[in-house]
Design a binder for this molecule. Structure first.
Ligand SMILES: Cc1cc2nc3c(=O)[nH]c(=O)nc-3n(C[C@H](O)[C@H](O)[C@H](O)COP(=O)(O)OP(=O)(O)OC[C@H]3O[C@@H](n4cnc5c(N)ncnc54)[C@H](O)[C@@H]3O)c2cc1C
Length: 409
């Protein structure tokens, strides 16, 4: 029987695994390998940091969820993919090394968050990208007495060569991998300090390694600038953070911003397991270049989906789901099940939530890809929409079969 390995355990892996299973049934043996038995939904980790949610609300047990739908689960950390010999090499929880062959592999192991690239991170850095980061920030905020807060993204070490085999406008370049959470955190902290009666004790600065929210239209960026003016938030652009100290952040040129609490979306680089794989599988940063069907430009039986794919810019769950679904649809045809393959029409779609002030800003924008659509709408309904999306994700155990009916998320 045809064997399909799916690597990863969030949007970029769960979507293709569930979709493929639904499409091909028993025509293929599908096995998903993730480094942990558990998977945490990232979208609500900012909510954990301000204390309105707990991490256990977003914890999926993959060892239960996947077998219930006929997908085998294996806990293991992928060390590398040997694309020439059709093998995934991974380390099992007992420490043994397994070399497993595949007919097809779908790679959804995401990007690497390069905290090691920022000096002083371990001592002074805070973030929300993983459950332990969000909990650490929650504890810090609970004892914060006031002062300077900075929020920003590290630089995005994006690949330049070889390029994906797609029209240039569909795989743009960006200095930041994903600034939505920076925007969301700046709104949320305004709500947090307002609720705690501490707004006058806090000075917030938002910074960007390039032009802030460059994935949105200039009108949307202007609207964000207006919100920041109203909130008294300073915006600094072209600041590539290199070091954090106790009371400052410092960029590559030596510029400094006062910072008693430094919240960073770490620099994104290619996943170490991919950098360690067959060299021509990946680009010069460790992401997999593909065509519009999410097939590797070098290895016909390798698919890439989500943040691990070079074409997904910015690194967004919305794009991870799109690319994951396309990969599964395309593969289903090759496994003998005629299936319509969606067109890859990227857009920046997300909701920056501010639950403590009772609204969210819904963004839907394709101008980065030379489209003309751009909306950024603040509304209480958006906060509710995000909440419903998270509930749906948890209820379906990450199987977003009905996601397209949500329209925005
Ligand atoms: C704080 C935050 C908030 C966000 N909010 C939004 C939002 O509101 N809307 C939106 O659209 N996007 C949002 N994003 C972006 C979104 O979370 C990512 O684009 C999305 O999670 C990408 O999914 P992925 O599965 O491709 O990669 P990842 O989420 O990085 O998942 C990778 C998976 O692979 C596993 N893995 C990694 N390496 C290995 C290995 N060597 N072996 C085995 N397993 C491995 C990991 O454990 C993980 O399970 C947010 C991002 C952050 C950081």
């Amino acid at each position: 029987m045809t064997k399909v390995l799916v690597l990863g355990g969030r949007f970029g892996a769960l979507t293709p695994a569930y979709t493929l299973k639904r499409l091909v049934g028993s025509k293929a043996e599908i096995k998903l390998i993730n480094e942990s038995r558990f998977s945490w939904l990232r979208l609500d980790l900012p909510h954990v940091s301000i204390g309105v949610k707990d991490v256990d609300e977003f914890k999926l047990d993959l060892s239960q969820a996947l077998p219930e739908k006929g997908i085998e689960f294996q806990e293991g950390k992928v060390i590398k993919i040997d694309a020439k010999n059709n093998e995934v090499i991974y380390k099992k929880p007992d420490g043994s090394i397994e070399e497993e062959e595949y007919d097809y592999v779908i790679v959804g192991i995401g990007a690497h968050l390069g905290t090691e690239l920022i000096k002083g991170w371990d001592k002074y850095g805070y973030s929300v990208c993983e459950p332990e980061f969000a909990l650490k920030l929650r504890d810090r905020l609970a004892t914060f007495q006031g002062g300077n807060i900075t929020i920003g993204s590290g630089y995005f070490y994006q690949g330049h060569n070889p390029r994906p085999k797609v029209p240039e406008n569909l795989a743009p370049f960006s200095d930041a991998a994903c600034e939505g959470p920076v925007f969301e955190m700046s709104l949320m902290l305004h709500g947090y300090f307002k609720k705690n009666g501490m707004l006058d004790k806090v000075k917030m600065t938002v910074y960007s390694p390039g032009e802030y929210l460059s994935d949105l239209s200039s009108d949307a960026r202007k609207a964000v600038g207006e919100i920041y003016k109203e909130f008294g938030i300073t915006l600094i652009q072209n600041f590539r953070v290199r070091e954090i100290t106790e009371h400052e952040i410092i960029d590559e040129k030596g510029n400094r911003i006062p910072s008693d609490l430094s919240i960073i979306l770490p620099p994104y680089t290619g996943n170490p397991a991919l950098k360690n794989s067959t060299p021509d599988l990946v680009d010069d940063a460790g992401f997999i270049p593909t065509d519009l069907n999410m097939v590797s430009i070098k290895y016909d039986n390798v698919y890439a989906s989500g943040d691990a794919n070079a074409i997904t810019v910015p690194k967004l769950a919305y794009l991870a789901v799109k690319t994951g679904r396309i990969a599964a649809q395309h593969l289903a045809n090759r496994l003998g099940v005629p299936t319509k393959v969606d067109k890859y029409d990227p857009a920046v779609v997300c909701i920056a939530d501010n639950p403590l002030e009772g609204y969210g800003v819904a963004v839907s924008d394709n101008t980065m890809y030379k489209g003309t659509h751009s909306t950024a709408v603040p509304s209480p309904v958006n906060s509710l929409k995000k909440e419903l999306f998270v509930k749906y994700f948890m209820w379906s155990k990450g199987d977003l079969a009905l996601e397209k009916y949500f329209g925005e998320w």
